[in-house]
Design a protein around this ligand. Sequence first.
Ligand code: HEM
Length: 181
Amino acid sequence: MYGIVNKAIQGLVIENFGLDSWEKIKKQSGVSVDGFLSNEPYPDQTTFDLAIAASEILKIELKDVLISFGEYWVLKTGQESYGALMKAGGENLKSFLINLPNFHSRVMLIYPNLTPPEFKISNIEENSLDVHYFSTRNGLHYFMYGLLQGLGKMYKVETKIEVKALKTDGAYNDIFRVSWS
Ligand code: HEM
């Protein structure tokens, strides 16, 4: 994945736990890169190794590391570094989610070699809808859960996320039901 992802993990750790913790996590992960370059691709395993090492060093379940990372990605990386792109995504949570299937095609203008996730939206009601998440990668559904939670916070609406189906439980893809007030 592009270095921006690893840089965001670094930012999340340093802002919340300090530089020492980040150094320990890097050592534990065996990742020897000093500074990640946002627009350079790195092996996916580097990202996974950093998340696993963060879970071990900070003694936080991997699931919760991924959820926090998803929130941070929206609220910090997204809003602070790609504000215009996030704003163009929609004027409220519902329209952002309905537009989500097209979102990474705009991200690809910045990161042309992206291997983006894919999304499908269904069962659209007044205050809820289903987000179907398709990825070539495994194990990122809690990152996705955190992203959805982060979007709820970005739009300042009370949001509930239900996991309706998981690839790890044998489903074809992950499905989240998102409801808001
Ligand atoms: C400005 C905002 C965003 C940017 C710049 C961005 C960019 C990226 C980048 C660079 C990757 C790594 C993929 C690669 O390098 O091949 C990625 C992955 C991913 N993005 Fe985004 N993204 C943004 C917003 C979102 C939002 C709002 C969602 C969903 C709500 C999302 C869902 C994901 C997921 C789930 C992945 C993991 C990769 C996978 O599932 O295979 N992203 N994104």
